[in-house]
Design a protein around this ligand. Sequence first.
Ligand code: ADP
Ligand code: MG
Length: 687
Amino acid sequence: MITLQTPANQLTRYGKTAASRLKFLGITTATDLLRYYPIRYQDLREVVPIQTVQAGDRITLRGKIELITNRRSWRRRMAVTEVLLRDSTGAIPLIWFNQPYVGKILKVGDEVLVAGRAEEGNYPLHLANPTYEKVRREQTHVGRIVPFYALTHDLSQKQLRALLRLVLPLAKQLPDPLPESIRQEQRFMPLVQALTAVHFPADRQQLVAARRRLKFEELLLFVLQLFATKALVASTPAPAIPFNEQRVRRYVKSLPFTLTDDQRKAAWEILRATDRNEPMNRLLEGDVGSGKTVVASLGMVNAAAAGFQSALMAPTEVLASQHERTLRTFLAPAGLTVGLLTRTLRTINGVAVTKPKLLNAAAAGEVSVLVGTHAVLDDALTFSKLGLVVVDEQHRFGVEQRKQLRRQASTEGAFLPHLLSMTATPIPRSLALTVYGDLDLSIIKQLPAGRPAVTTRRLQPNQRADAYAAIREEVAAGHQAFVICPLVEESDRLGVKAATDEHRRLREEIFPNLRVGLLHGRLPGKKKVEVLERFRDRQLDVLVATAVVEVGVDVPNATLMLIEGAERFGLAQLHQLRGRIGRGSAVSTCLLLAESDTERVRQRLDALVQSRDGFHLAELDLKLRGPGELSGRLQSGFLDFKIATLHDLELMNEVRDVAKQLFDEDPGLTRYPELRAAVARADVHPE
Ligand code: ADP
Ligand code: MG
């Protein structure tokens, strides 16, 4: 018997082998699967007569299998399965390459649905590698609106859909976090129906209604979290950290550069806010490379001058160790001790130490600045006096985390450390207000002076050799280059396969004389840090990397970035990637290679060539992409929402009103235990 808590590896024989991959997607139980929403859908309902099929058509067919042959292509030793499919109007061959199991699953006489693209060439008109499914009472893969999920290497859409079919009957046991009154008011379907429809919708209307309900739920939990945080902040005092102007000035003078006006202004806003008994709750927003970390370091120096410790939390080990290194170079001369704590890394002033030693030092106040991942949120770690917490790119740093920090913050009594949240996501002020309500916001718009502009060029698909020549030239001049791989297949969400293949190809065939490294999300944390360190220490000339990981890397000597499959990325994301170069004083170049060359692709990429304004690009991205519900890929990753998107702002306004009413009437949500529990669970825990 499977239940909502059944671990994924006990779901099926298949679940056992796939467990580690599912875990990568954050799926460990049946419940997680139910909440793993599709990122897009394909409407494969319309079945066409075989007679009408023409080359180039993307179609769904329904017919009987008349013939099956299995053979090996003698030249490439590949398994080839050929099937003849017949309906009342005619017959067409289906051909599968390298999928020998197809010939075992399908039998002559089977009634099947298939979907794919009709092709003509080496073979007469046929479907190559079509998706197939036997005709059943209820279809899962073809002949319906079909869900597609963000996946990782070695997981297929079919496998995930099958797992969902298996766990979907459990959905009725899931408690519905939305109170009955809200459901009625909004005319929402019950949770079980929404989950069924979001994975396997009967029609578009149902899908839209289900998605709206799930978005509402997600946004409501988010807003209630915000309200709870605000209530906590309002009810708990923070230590006022006196603004030590002299000390801060001395530190600023010691920096190897002058601060930009925006940096000064942001720092001043922070220093003023931390000089009060009310806990600071501030978002520091600035484009990549705008120098947010340095701004945060001013707050740390000021805190240390008054005997307070600071902590900085980053989403990954790589970013944490990079922050640690940056802060150490700035802060060590100022006499501050910097520690690093992640799952695998523990250092004090750059020297490896044991965990107990680090914990003791933090508790004794000997570490002024502790950098780490979520490993920092651990009862075993206590501070003698923690005054300032900085979180980098962690949009869901919620009320539970703040309470946890309150427990860890001090040996002297309960107070809430000041919080500074940093992000490179260009959220326009108006949007930030809609999302967060009245939060305190500091924005760094200027980039530091002396940064030469990054030249961006869009290459034609046939100019790859030019890009490689440019890389060789740059390396010959003593610089380094990034090659960013796109996510080619849905089944390779983290781009591990794409990057691994590209790395091999570049190292062996294209740049046999260069030192080529590889960085992707499946590498163990320690290994990632090591690769990045080798790149920074110039032991590697070229770093092949995926886009999903490590966008925060800071290697000023890297002056060239080649982005493959550029049309597959959003403009804002491309802009973020481009921000990895042009960080030193040398002229830098970003080369965009697209696989397709349509007008739309050109238009989008040219916007990037022309603009360096992250805000502008983010807005343009929205306009050019348009809200995609059924068609196109849904924008994902906005503030780590699973289903809500930037387009759901209107809904957000509605949700705020509902949340406000709920919260005003019953701040503890005592009348809605399911909702209350869901809010508490809504925190995300990266890593
Ligand atoms: P962000 O986190 O905003 O992307 P960082 O804080 O990592 O940016 O800073 C990017 C790089 O620019 C770092 O190497 C940093 O030392 C440097 N930097 C920061 N501020 C300035 C400045 N005012 N002038 C020159 N370089 C700066
Ligand atoms: Mg940064």
